[in-house]
Structures are given as C-alpha cells and as structure tokens.
Design a protein around this ligand. Structure first.
Ligand SMILES: [Fe+2]
Length: 164
C-alpha cells in the first residue's frame, strides 16, 4: 500500500465527518476502488476465455458481473471526490493497492471459476473491514455503499462457485 492521503490535501467543506476521517475513508475507498478494478479485469478475462459445456452460462454470468463492477467503480471513485479527496488513478496504482493479485495466465474453466469466486469474496471481506472504519468515522453513506457492495459480491461469488 503506497498512497497515503493527507488531511491537508482535502477540499475544505462543512461536514460533520472530521477532516482526518474523510482522509482515512478516502484512502480506504481508494483501496476498495483498486480491488474492484482488478476484479473487473479478472472477471472479463474469464468472460473472454471460458470454453466448453458451461460456455454460455459462464459467459452471460460474467458479463452481468463485470457490468455491475464497472458501475461500482464509478460509484466508489465519485464517493472519494464527494469526501473532498482526489481519486487515485493509473492501472499500476490499482494493481499495487488491490487486495487481489493481477493475473496474466489462466488455466481450465474449473480453476478460473474457483479463483474468481475466491477473489470476489476477498474483495467483499476487505470492504467489510472498511465498513467498520466508516461507522467509526460516522460516514454512514460510505458504510451503506460498501455494505451494498458486499451483498452483491457475496452473491456473485456463490454464483461463480455454483457454476463449477
Ligand atoms: Fe462480451
């Protein structure tokens, strides 16, 4: 983890969320953004490279999942802006700060689905940690946003593992 957002870099605004807490939440959201971005790419990798009898089902499922992830990337990024911080950018930044590893080689369908299902849960678990931080900071909107994401990701993970 490199990016450390400092309070001094944040936009001045009247908010009941303390400036230091806004900086902390922006940092956590930056990590959630990084993980979601890497997961988005890994979901597309499975969508593109799936073969065999499960092709149609997995191809459709992963399409719905990467579309959802794309929408959530934008939602998380813009929440960081609403908290007064700059949104981290750059694919290398995302890979460096992601809770899941970037991947360039894929095996058979079973191993692809297993890995993606596990990665999806890893991102959900990371967000669960951040919900606690958001609640401590009284950042109720971020807590809600991440809680909703956890529900979607846990469902996605189940659907991927049920497709094996
Ligand atoms: Fe497609």
């Amino acid at each position: 983890m490199t990016a450390t957002i400092k309070s001094a870099e944040l936009r001045e605004m009247k908010s009941d969320i303390k400036k230091a807490d806004r900086a902390t939440m922006a940092e956590k959201l930056g990590e959630a953004l990084a993980s979601t971005y890497v997961l988005y790419q890994k979901t597309q990798a499975v969508h593109w490279n799936v073969t065999g009898p499960q092709f149609h089902g997995v191809h459709k499922l992963t399409e719905a999942q990467y579309e959802d992830l794309a929408a959530s990337i934008d939602e998380i990024a813009e929440r960081i802006r609403a908290l007064g911080a700059k949104t981290p950018v750059g694919l290398s930044t995302y890979i460096e700060n992601s809770a899941i590893k970037d991947q360039v080689k894929y095996g058979d369908v079973e191993s692809m689905l297993k890995q993606l299902s596990e990665d999806t849960l890893t991102v959900a678990d990371q967000m669960r940690e951040f919900v606690k931080t958001a609640e401590e900071a009284d950042d109720v909107f971020t807590a809600d946003l991440l809680t909703a994401r956890i529900g979607v990701l846990e469902e996605s993970s189940w659907m991927l593992s049920a497709s094996m």
